[in-house]
Design a protein around this ligand. Structure first.
Ligand code: NAP
Length: 316
């Protein structure tokens, strides 16, 4: 990939940066430019940029793509492609790749971890032990996770991995997707409200599209109810966040475990005081093993494209 110009939208994993450099790529570090000057930065370097490496927060929107006439490929360091203008890429003949499968286990692990953390109040029990409060009395009773009804919104790769894990805890599984899947042990519901009405823990694991934006709205939250728990390891905009915050503050929802937020890295401050909420900063795939495998997929896709070989994980 000698002298290939790669626009990197975000501060990358050091391994990915080193490997791109070692393979002779010229890196254009978009994240180092102030936000207001990023399009200008693209236009100034347009003659040299043939590839974009984006991620879940900063991909390739229409304006960026329009500013780069030599762009050939967008290799996203993420499985979700809601930050890439896919129709525009198709129209321009720009190839798009993502990083499926390699992150599935970690994301599913975190979904289960969040559910147990919320129900068993692990972070607040940890605080109780550390603060010395235990000496004054035992910690409050919590709620069992094993055997609870788990509803999965989006039974794709990650949704299925969550279902398999939850089955090991004797949890009955149900799901909502656009179509019923060949999993006879799992109950299909044809609307998100029906799913929420029939589970104790609702896990959001679908792709973010115009159809699924705010798929978790007030009606779904109310259907889940004051004993229900919402886990979101999908994308922040799947959830109407002000409605979620209001439901948690007013006790209309039992709890929430959130890896993603509508306006990252902003986290609604009203949630900070709530013991029934566990908040993590978009880290579902953030293990050394998975992030290294994701970087290898990005590198493999770029290399395949510029060597005119088949892409490893093509989307467009
Ligand atoms: P996947 O295998 O493509 O699964 C996506 C699922 O979304 C499919 O089951 C699909 O089901 C469902 N879906 C799409 N449109 C829908 C709609 N309108 N209504 C209901 N369901 C819909 O993708 P994956 O690898 O499991 O990843 C899923 C998502 O997880 C990604 O898109 C990403 O946003 C998120 N993710 C988050 C993190 C994190 O760090 N928190 C990490 C990785 C991934 P049908 O086609 O049957 O409707």
């Amino acid at each position: 990939m000698d002298k290939i110009g790669v626009l990197v939208t975000h501060k990358p994993l050091p391994y990915l940066e080193q490997e791109l450099t070692r393979r002779g790529c010229r890196l254009f570090r978009l994240w180092e430019s102030p936000e207001s000057r990023r399009l200008e930065f693209c236009r100034q370097n347009a003659a040299d940029i043939q590839a974009i490496v984006g991620n879940s927060n900063y991909g390739a929107d229409a304006a960026t793509i329009d500013a780069l006439p030599k762009l050939e490929i967008v290799a996203s360091f993420s499985v979700g492609l809601d930050k890439v203008d896919l129709p525009k890429c198709k129209e321009r003949g720009i190839r798009v790749t993502n990083t499926p499968d390699v992150l599935t286990d970690d994301v599913a692990d975190l979904a289960i971890g969040l559910a147990i953390s919320v129900m068993r109040r692990i972070p607040s029990a940890d605080k109780y032990a550390r603060s010395g409060a235990w000496k004054k009395g035992e910690y409050t009773l919590t709620t069992r996770f094993s055997g609870k009804r788990v509803g999965i919104l989006g039974l794709g790769r990650i949704g299925l991995a969550i279902a398999k894990r939850a089955e090991a805890f004797d949890c009955p599984i149900s799901y909502y997707s656009r179509s019923e899947k060949p999993h006879p042990n799992y109950t299909y519901y044809s609307t998100p409200i029906d799913l929420a009405s029939n589970c104790d823990i609702l896990v959001v694991a679908c792709a973010l599209t115009e159809e699924t934006r705010h798929i978790i709205n007030r009606a779904v939250i109310d259907a889940l109810g004051p004993k229900g728990v919402l886990i979101n390891i999908g994308r922040g905009p799947h959830v109407d966040e002000p409605e979620l915050v209001a439901a948690l503050v007013e006790g209309r929802l039992g709890g929430a475990g959130l890896d993603v937020f509508e306006n990252e890295p902003h986290v609604p401050e009203e949630l900070f005081a709530l013991d029934n909420v566990v908040l993590v900063p978009h880290v579902a795939s953030a293990t050394i093993e998975t992030r290294t495998a994701m970087a290898d997929l990005v590198l493999g896709n770029l290399e395949a494209h510029f060597l005119k070989k088949p892409l490893l994980t093509p989307v467009v």
